[in-house]
Design a binder for this molecule. Sequence first.
Ligand SMILES: Cc1cc2nc3c(=O)[nH]c(=O)nc-3n(C[C@H](O)[C@H](O)[C@H](O)COP(=O)(O)OP(=O)(O)OC[C@H]3O[C@@H](n4cnc5c(N)ncnc54)[C@H](O)[C@@H]3O)c2cc1C
Length: 376
Amino acid sequence: METRILVLGAGFGGLELATVVSDALGEDAGITLIDASEAFVFGYAKLDVMFGRSAPDSVRLPYSSFRKPGVRFLRETVRSIDPAARRVTTDAGVHEADVLVVALGADYDFDATPGLVEGGNEFYSVAGAERLRELLPAFDRGHAVVGVCGAPFKCPPAPSEAALLLHDLLVRRGVRDACEISLVMPFGAPVPPSPDTSAALLEAFAERGIAFVSGRRVAALDPARGVVALDDGDELSYDLFLGVPRHRAPHVVLESGLAEDGYVPVDSRTLQTRFPDVYALGDVATVGVPKAGVFSEGQARVVADALVARALGGELPEGYGGRGSCYVEFGGGRVGRVDVDFLSGPKPTGTFREPSGELVAQKQDFGASRRLRWFG
Ligand SMILES: Cc1cc2nc3c(=O)[nH]c(=O)nc-3n(C[C@H](O)[C@H](O)[C@H](O)COP(=O)(O)OP(=O)(O)OC[C@H]3O[C@@H](n4cnc5c(N)ncnc54)[C@H](O)[C@@H]3O)c2cc1C
């Protein structure tokens, strides 16, 4: 009998898992893929929208175009998960599964940072990026603070990219001299596993007069006083705040009994949770790697290969290796890359590739190839 595979979340992880299993098993894939949204949006596309490089509509990839043999996509909102029974309730009904894969990503906890909603902006959601797209053209003097409100957060290089792209925008508009830019990060360096990438970013900040405030996170905003409060009690004055909100697993996951310390613990090699035949992967899980699409995708391939092996009786895949490459925008149309390895050695390592025209093309291909593979 066909195994009923229920995949919650059609982001980087869910889309890749469904695609790999469908490619291998065709009409027998037996997958139900559930997502509350109408469309998928690449994380980095939020920067493109915010800085006016892409129109909001052009970055939405509607799930109606995700058609794969053996995969049924349902646009439903997951309301509860019973991992022991592998039973999921949505706003449309109840789904039972032989194998359950939780790939619901990380949500934002805007209220965890007092003042953020009333007095700041965030660029980590599509709605936040769209709002900033309207606001940024009116900013022409004062202090812009790009600030991270808590770790872990998705795509650790993204706040550095935002600061560099903001610099470019202000230069283009001829107002850079009237503005200051500061970047507040909870890490000691912009990309901790790769000293070379961090050094290149610090050099880029110094060349552009961007202040890097390291080892601190934004604790609160006081819009009445125009002040950003840091977790060590220091304050920065601000006129424009571009924030990375605190992250957490979606409520439905926190309430399911799957999560510990905010995310779902899994075996880093197999992505199995403590419940039989229940996997969690990507940003929703604690795997020992950063929260980024490339990692969610890599984990999805491991789970997909295990499910294909289960169906066809082949060999189980090698465990998840924790390696991935992230493209880093340096501004001025320049793109670098960091190749990181989180799990094979005693500590994470990273190799930096200098910005080049070839990497600009590679980044474009990264998005275009997934778009084609998932959405045709
Ligand atoms: C500004 C920015 C830049 C980034 N740049 C990069 C980059 O260059 N490279 C990179 O690799 N990563 C990047 N990322 C990170 C990347 O977007 C995420 O890490 C990745 O999307 C995580 O994949 P996932 O499958 O784990 O979760 P997601 O892609 O977040 O997917 C989770 C899905 O679950 C759905 N969902 C959640 N709750 C429910 C519910 N209750 N019911 C139904 N559906 C639900 C959501 O709608 C969503 O589609 C960036 C992120 C940001 C914000």
